[in-house]
Design a protein around this ligand. Structure first.
Ligand code: NAD
Length: 371
């Protein structure tokens, strides 16, 4: 089949400045001409954020950061931005912090500078998310894309190993889902493969030497590529599953990704030889048939969480979750999946069984041209 695709590259300055976040951030804020900046950082990251913002004209520090950005929390941040007449927002923290800055930008159009301290990757996407009454709403808007990102691996050495692994596997999931997301294209696939390679190199180094900068740099670089690919490709089946589990059952974001990924991969990879070849190559494996083994082995090597039941999901919830996922399976997923297929896959993820031993019967779709 001949190629026919459009790849859109999001406009953003991306800066890697290991050990130099304060100088780089001050320069990025200066470039925007900002004079009154709202610094968004949770209480746990307060000291770190203060250092990063030491050369920035901060007019207000906003520290009410809550996972998944509840609407009421966003409203208070927006009101604070207006009250303090800020002209830019500086986010220093993980995906929850970046998410709050995006919520402010969504209604105000204020420019955001993001200094990420996890591997979530929100800083490189134009996706926003808000929750109200347990329901998460997401959307895309060019206003929420941070104008500049400063990556400084030294800011991530304080991220505990368990969180680093879960967050890193969240980035791995961005790479893998970018290979079969609804808008996946060959450019995304190239970014995803290099992102996966960097993450698979960096994360074991982070586990072995959490204070070391080389592994942290590779992991941040991989997380960035992962998010760029993901922003372009859109949510694939894996993210739809995690979205349902996070939204309906309030499971922790990064850990849920870590558990679910090999199970969705087990379902999709056999019907997506192009994706499997890229995963295998990125993980230094011989061929497509070894992709799932490589992914699973990476999680094992990192000591990743394995079972949804350990994250608080009840067995009684599996059918309902499968039905909810079935309603949102992305177009072009490499296999056609039924509620029963999804329930079987979720049950395996819930029990923490080895995904390499799962028997999947879902037939391939006929639309996966680039996969
Ligand atoms: P998070 O931002 O909630 O951070 C997790 C924990 O890590 C927090 O307790 C935080 O205080 C701590 N932490 C962060 N950096 C630290 C550091 N350097 N040292 C020590 N502790 C540190 O979690 P997350 O996984 O980064 O982000 C998850 C959120 O981001 C979710 O709401 C998810 O939906 C969102 N997200 C959005 C996108 C997007 O494109 N919009 C992409 C990925 C994730």
């Amino acid at each position: 089949m001949t190629w026919d695709f459009v790849h859109e590259t999001l406009p953003q300055r991306v800066r890697f400045a290991t050990g130099r976040a304060a100088v780089a951030t001050a320069e990025e804020v200066e470039r925007l001409g900002a004079r009154r900046v709202m610094l968004v950082a949770g209480p746990a990251e307060a000291a770190l954020a203060e250092r990063v913002a030491s050369g920035v004209p901060v007019a207000h520090v906003h520290d009410e950061v809550v996972m998944h950005v509840p609407v009421a929390v966003a409203e208070r941040a927006r009101a604070a931005a207006a009250d303090h007449e800020v002209d830019a927002v500086l986010a220093v923290g993980g995906g929850s912090t970046t998410g709050l800055a995006k919520a402010v930008a969504l209604t105000s159009g204020l420019p955001v500078v993001a200094v990420p301290t996890t591997y979530a990757g929100s800083e490189a996407t134009d996706v926003w998310g808000l929750t109200e009454a347990g329901r998460k709403t997401t959307g895309t808007d060019p206003r929420v894309l941070p104008r500049a990102v400063v990556y400084d691996a030294s800011l991530t050495t304080s991220l505990p190993v368990g969180l680093s692994v879960a967050s890193g596997l969240n980035a791995v999931a961005h790479c893998v889902d970018s290979l079969w997301g609804p808008r996946a294209d060959p450019v995304d696939a190239a970014l995803a493969e290099e992102g996966l390679r960097a993450l698979a190199t960096g994360l074991p180094e982070v586990v072995a030497d959490p204070e070391g900068l080389a592994g942290r740099e590779q992991a941040l670089y991989g997380a960035h590529l992962a998010a760029v690919a993901f922003a372009s490709a859109g949510s694939g089946l894996h993210h739809k599953v995690c979205h349902v589990l996070g939204g309906r059952h309030d499971l922790p974001h990064a850990e849920t990704h870590a558990v679910v990924l090999p199970h969705v991969a087990g379902l999709n990879l056999p019907a997506a030889p192009g994706a499997a070849a890229r995963v295998a190559r990125a993980l230094g494996r011989g061929g497509a048939a070894e992709a799932l083994d490589g992914l699973f082995a990476l999680g094992e090597r990192l000591g990743a969480p394995r079972a949804l039941r350990d994250l608080g999901l009840a067995e009684d919830d599996l059918r309902g979750a499968a039905e909810a996922v079935a309603a949102v399976v992305p177009p072009g997923n490499p296999v056609d999946v039924t509620v029963d297929d999804l329930e079987r896959m979720l049950r395996d993820a819930w029990a923490g069984t080895d995904p390499r031993e799962a028997v999947h019967t879902a037939p391939p779709t006929t639309t996966g041209a680039t996969r």
